[in-house]
Structure formats: structure tokens, C-alpha cells
Design a protein around this ligand. Structure first.
Ligand code: CP
Ligand code: NVA
Length: 308
């Protein structure tokens, strides 16, 4: 019963198999209306709980639709409406939910909540984002890069902006998939050293470059994310904006990357803040393929966790 807690906690071969399966599931249902289940209904008879302690559009809808396409059933639960949000322990919640459902996806704040849930659940637990990581997003990003440009191994990904949870999962993926990674952003918002060390320990060439124009030279993929994440204090907003403004991804910056470089953003985006509309809607942007691939990649994650 494997959980899917983080990219670096999942075997690299399993990650590759999930990406292959996601691609073939996407191809197989190209002409299907969205509510028609996949052939074989691999999740037939399975019930999946989707718990959200933070807002979500993509994760919520793509998991819900994905479970249904696999022939299973899902229930979307708001953490605030559960006893979990009113003092019931995570361990007891895990034990109880395991009696009702076949897998649990959770979007939460602290990584310890996810870990405790996984420790006490007797069904697989999937990380739908924590303050520190966002592995489902990175599965979709890997899938998207590879469907446009082939294997990501040996390529250079440049992250511009805040060294946040999505950046951390990218560093995990750099280690697991064998690509190089440059972070460009203000020093106070560097990714945690433990993520950098992990990628380096697996052979990834990780660079920290304060000048965004130097950082993107030759990049195969340029990625950014919001300057203020859901767990960041709103009082830090102005300070973050001031610190991060030099790292905005605009057309001039993209022009310095490799000519066939792609642009990604996990969304939701703040247009004209971390990225300009000219880049978001420009020819190098694959942001909506990226959003679509959440669906296909997570279906593969569900099948991996449930062994079907
Ligand atoms: N990218 C992402 O996880 O989006 P949501 O917050 O809408 O789920
Ligand atoms: N870094 C963002 C990602 C949202 C999908 C956040 O945590 O709010």
C-alpha cells in the first residue's frame, strides 16, 4: 500500500511508470466526453476522500474528475467542516477514514499533518500540497515538459522567484529524474538547504544565481509561482513584492533562455506580478497543458497507490 507523499519518497522507476501510464491514459481518451469512464474502470467500487484545508481549483476538480474517469467515487471534504478542524486528532481521523474509504488525498498546512495521517491510515495517503511540498503538481509538470520536448533528463530548469513548496518538489524531481536546476530569487526566499542538498546528492547540478538574466541563459524550462503562497502571512505581502519584483518573468527574460524553452506556472497566477500576460499567453507557455495534465498524472498516482 504505497502512499504518495513526496517525489523523493517515491521510487524513480515508479515515477517513470506513472508518467508513462498518464501519457497513455491521456491518449486513450482523447475523443471521449469528459464524464465517460476509462476502459476497464480500474477504480470501480473504490471510494476516495479528498480533504481540503486550503482553497483549490485544479487539485479539487482534477482529482474529483480523475476518480470518476477511473470508475471510482470521490467525496470532497472541507477540513474546516470536519471534526479534524475542531480538535479531533489527525491519528483518530486517519483510523476512522480508513474504515470508510480506499484512499485519502489531503491538502493541508503542516507537513507533519500529512505524515501523521499517513502513519495512522491503513489506506494510501496522497499529498495534495503542504506548506513545504506539492508533488502532484510536479508530476503534471514533468509530464508536460516531456510531451512537448521529450525526456527532461539532462535539461536545465530555472526557477524564478520564491523558493516555495512547488520549487521544493521541483528540486526533489531534479534529483529523481536527473535534470539540472537553477534558482534565482532573493536570498531570504531561497529554497530550504535540505531540498538543494537532496538534489545535489543525486547528481543534479543545482545553482543559486542572484541575477535572473544570467540564471535563465540556456534554460530549457523557466518556471515561476505566486509571490505570496497560501500559507504566507498577508502582512508580508508588500515586502515580498518589493523583494521579488526584479525576478518577474517577462518577454525580455524569456528571450535569454534557450530558443525552444518552455514556460510553466502551476497556477493560480497573478498576471503582471510574477509573470507578464505576454509570457503567460505567449508561444512558449504551456500553462494550460500543465493544468490539464494534473488530471492525467494524478490518475496514474491513484492507480499506483491502489495497485490497479
Ligand atoms: N496548482 C494548484 O495546485 O492549483 P489549485 O490551488 O487550484 O489546486
Ligand atoms: N505556492 C502556492 C501554490 C498554489 C498551488 C501556494 O502554496 O499557495
Amino acid at each position: 500500500m504505497p502512499h504518495f507523499l513526496d517525489i523523493h519518497k517515491t521510487d524513480a522507476d515508479a515515477l517513470h511508470r506513472m508518467l508513462d501510464q498518464a501519457r497513455s491514459m491521456k491518449d486513450a481518451r482523447r475523443t471521449f466526453p469528459k464524464a465517460v469512464p476509462d476502459e476497464g474502470k480500474p477504480l470501480d467500487g473504490r471510494m476516495i476522500a479528498l480533504i481540503f484545508e486550503k482553497p483549490s481549483t485544479r487539485t479539487r476538480v482534477s482529482f474529483d474528475v480523475g476518480v470518476r474517469q477511473l470508475g471510482g467515487q470521490s467525496m470532497v471534504l472541507s477540513g474546516a467542516d470536519m471534526q479534524l478542524g475542531h480538535g479531533e486528532s489527525i491519528a483518530d481521523t486517519a483510523r476512522v477514514l480508513s474504515r470508510y474509504v480506499d484512499a485519502i488525498m489531503i491538502r493541508t498546512f503542516e507537513e507533519t499533518t500529512l505524515e501523521e495521517l499517513a502513519e495512522h491510515a491503513t489506506v494510501p495517503v496522497i499529498n495534495g500540497l503542504t506548506n513545504r511540498t506539492h508533488p502532484c503538481q510536479i508530476m503534471a509538470d514533468l509530464m508536460t515538459y516531456e510531451e512537448h520536448r521529450g525526456p527532461i533528463k539532462g535539461r536545465r530548469v530555472v526557477w524564478a522567484g520564491d523558493g516555495n513548496n512547488v520549487c521544493a518538489s521541483f528540486l526533489h524531481a531534479a534529483g529523481q529524474m536527473g535534470f539540472d536546476f537553477t534558482f534565482t530569487g532573493p536570498e531570504v526566499l531561497d529554497p530550504e538547504q535540505v531540498f538543494v542538498d537532496y538534489a545535489r546528492s543525486k547528481g543534479s547540478d543545482v545553482r543559486i544565481e542572484r541575477d535572473p538574466r544570467v540564471a535563465v541563459e540556456g534554460a530549457d524550462l523557466v518556471v515561476t509561482d505566486t509571490w505570496v503562497s497560501m500559507h504566507d502571512s498577508q502582512t508580508a505581502r508588500e515586502r515580498r513584492h518589493n523583494l521579488l519584483r526584479p525576478f518577474q518573468v517577462d518577454e525580455d527574460l524569456m528571450a535569454r533562455a534557450a530558443p525552444d524553452a518552455l514556460f510553466m506556472h502551476c497556477l493560480p497566477a497573478h498576471r503582471e506580478e510574477e509573470v507578464t500576460s505576454t509570457v503567460m499567453d505567449g508561444p512558449q507557455s504551456v500553462i494550460f497543458d500543465e493544468a490539464e495534465n494534473r488530471l492525467h498524472a494524478q490518475k496514474a498516482v491513484l492507480r499506483y497507490c491502489l495497485g490497479v
